[in-house]
Write a protein that binds this ligand. Structure first.
Ligand SMILES: NC(=O)c1ccc[n+]([C@@H]2O[C@H](COP(=O)([O-])OP(=O)(O)OC[C@H]3O[C@@H](n4cnc5c(N)ncnc54)[C@H](O)[C@@H]3O)[C@@H](O)[C@H]2O)c1
Ligand SMILES: CC(C)[C@H](C(=O)O)[C@@H](O)C(=O)O
Ligand SMILES: [Mg+2]
Length: 357
């Protein structure tokens, strides 16, 4: 069966890291018979420059017609002062909303070889395996009204019952495939929207008696992620809190350059992207770590294409190159020589090829 895939490289390091994932896709064609129809389209600053719109209609239409989308990153300082609705990040928010990708899965698990790269002591992260389930199409990111005036500005944090119920169900279902523990993170001691979130998640939990539900305030959750991260199995939270907590979780696993994500809708059609951004400080220098994008491809193979064998093969190839000692600059320990983006891609491809012989 031929799968339709759309690549959206975007800005900054986006094109460099997505092109390594594209080479992995081509390798899987040779080693595992993966059959794909690949298209590439513009998004973010690149699309704004070419078409005056960070999400051209054509890009959204192609995404809607694809089985899955692999996204790099958008944004950069050259677009920070343009009209807000034209900014690259708005392209990403609009495609998430346009595909109804309400469930953002951000797994943070430690590859044993990277224990020394973690920001925490090895014993705190050994065996770490957390799944952050971030609500992605609601909350303060999308709430109306929103306004920036001359002397004041505001956004609205709003969640409806159905929005909370669907993300909570997704979290409980994921927990059933794991350690059956869900921690819902909110700010119910201050915010009405969070109190409603907590009540709604608690009501949904009644349908999942085999899963243990706990609640935590977001400030404490940020602290607990650094103090004792292994206490968590699945974390379910709103859009803004999930954004922040997932960057914290990234550093537990060694580098933000390692963290993949899947953004899914009800049909498990999805957009897959590294958690990090366009890293303008290292763009175009062959320094970016492509592994978060390659691991996002593994999630794409698993969740949207059902190609579990290939997903496992990609994840094993990544583990292999790390076990062999290859490190991009973000993962490097003192004294060793880092490899570049392209060389890291080469190594993953070699590992895939040698495993299939
Ligand atoms: N999903 C996205 O497209 C996304 C996510 C976050 C930020 N952004 C945008 O990216 C731009 C830069 O944002 P930022 O600097 O706050 O965050 P960032 O994630 O781009 O970079 C933060 C730091 O991490 C490093 N880094 C990130 N990815 C890396 C990788 N793969 N390999 C090695 N190092 C890596 C960068 O060099 C930088 O020092 C902004 O315009 C922001 O809006 C986009
Ligand atoms: C670039 C931005 C819109 C995005 C977000 O806040 O969701 C990013 O930080 C992320 O984590 O994917
Ligand atoms: Mg973020």
């Amino acid at each position: 069966m031929t799968h339709k895939l759309l690549l959206l490289p975007g800005d900054g390091i986006g094109p460099e890291i997505v092109s390594q994932a594209e080479r992995v896709i081509q390798t899987l064609g040779r080693t595992h018979g993966l059959s794909v129809e690949l298209e590439t389209a513009l998004i973010g600053g690149a699309a704004y420059e070419a078409e005056g719109d960070p999400l051209p209609e054509q890009t959204l239409a192609l995404a809607q017609a694809s089985d899955a989308v692999l996204f790099g990153a958008v944004g950069g300082p050259q677009w920070d002062a343009i009209e807000r609705d034209k900014r690259p990040e708005r392209g990403l928010l609009r495609i998430r909303a346009g595909l109804d990708l309400f469930a953002n899965l951000r797994p943070a698990s430690l590859v044993p070889e990277l224990a020394e790269a973690s920001s925490l002591r090895p014993e705190l992260v050994a065996g770490l395996d957390i799944m952050i389930v971030r609500e992605l199409t609601g909350g303060i990111y999308f709430g109306q009204p929103r306004e920036q005036g001359a002397d004041r500005a505001f956004n609205t944090m709003v969640y409806s019952r159905s929005e909370i119920e669907r993300i909570a169900r997704r979290a409980f279902e994921i927990a059933r495939l794991r350690d059956r523990r869900v921690c819902s993170v909110d700010k119910a001691n201050v915010l009405e929207v969070s109190e409603f979130w907590r009540q709604t998640v608690t009501a949904v939990a009644a349908d999942y008696p085999d899963v243990t539900l706990s609640h935590m305030y977001v400030d404490n959750a940020a602290m607990q992620l650094v103090r004792a991260p292994k206490q968590f199995d699945v974390i379910v939270t709103g859009n803004l809190f999930g954004d922040v907590l997932s960057d914290i979780a990234a550093m537990l696993t060694g580098s933000i350059g390692m963290l993949p994500s899947a953004s899914l809708n009800e049909q498990s059609r999805g957009l897959y992207e590294p958690v990090h951004g366009s890293a303008p400080d290292i763009a175009g220098q062959d320094k970016a770590n492509p592994l978060a994008t390659i691991l996002s491809l593994a999630m794409l193979l698993r969740y949207s294409l059902g190609e579990t064998v290939m997903a496992d093969a990609v994840e094993r190839a990544v583990a292999r190159v790390l076990a062999d000692g290859l490190r991009t600059a973000d993962l490097q320990s003192a004294g060793s020589t880092p490899v570049g983006t392209q060389a890291m891609g080469d190594a993953v491809i070699r590992a895939l090829e040698s495993a299939s012989h």
